[in-house]
Design a protein around this ligand. Sequence first.
Ligand code: FAD
Length: 287
Amino acid sequence: MRLTERLKEEKLSVSFEVFPPKTDTSFENVLAATEKIAELKPSFLSVTYGAGGKGSRYTLEIARKLREKAEVLAHLTCVGTDRESLARYLQDLRKSRIENVMALRGDLPEEGGTPEVFPHAADLIREIRKAGDFCIGAACYPEVHPESPSQAEDIARLREKTEAGAEFLTTQMFFDNNLLYNFLYKLREAGVTVPVLPGVMPITAANQVERAVKLSGSFMPRRFVSLVDRFGGSPEAMKRAGIIYATDQIVDLFANGIRHVHVYTMNKPDVAEAILRNLEPMLGQRF
Ligand code: FAD
């Protein structure tokens, strides 16, 4: 099913992001964890793409397996992709009945340089669009992409992605919902009208905080920092507090008219399940 069809549904829903293994040795463990997450029957599962690294080949393998249990959105990056490998990837997706692709640029290598064939996500989106039969998603940044000179410029580039063919957007993680609401106003003002899926990351261990901030540049509200200060030293307490914080974010998003939320699971089935359990009456389902 094309995700744009699913996103039209009135019912509240949650989808999950998982990532593929980086090595052969972790394949079975990652598959087992992601299959458990798929069994929770999320609205769909997105499978990330290890840009240019060894991980990229596993995206397809994991996505194919998960497609037996759930709707799948397979990621792909400009980094490491040329016209030939793109055609092969799309053909493999077709064979696996995967109709949804998330088109990203990927993080640039530390030594610098932009991807040669598709410099920006919009270029990749245009090429996938030519293939005709895929529902395409793209990334957006409520707190501005780190390389952008301004939010106005970032949103103008985002609009180019939707004009190129992106039919929905998923946001970078954020920890203060007001930032998301402000961003959504600005998108609508700029004429970006496609559905936007807010991305929520449950932080369930104190050592995840630094990495998450480094990766996303997200603002950590005082309320969240206090929670880490108070409970970061106790793994059990921190895990529960992180699940509650993420659930609270999702409840507030639902209360403010958002119908679909994407959760970054970090491949943790217990965390995904705990969040769904907290939301049972809102989702109208038992988990
Ligand atoms: P782009 O849309 O190309 O934008 C990158 C930067 O270039 C922005 O600053 C933009 O404003 C600017 N820009 C865009 N077009 C132009 C232009 N024509 N001229 C000049 N500047 C321009 N990474 C992975 O490696 N694998 C994944 O699976 C993955 N999944 C992700 C999922 C989500 C929901 C998000 C939010 C991010 C994900 N990422 C992933 C990270 C992503 O690859 C990085 O954030 C990357 O730095 C930007 O990707 P993009 O697709 O937004 O790039």
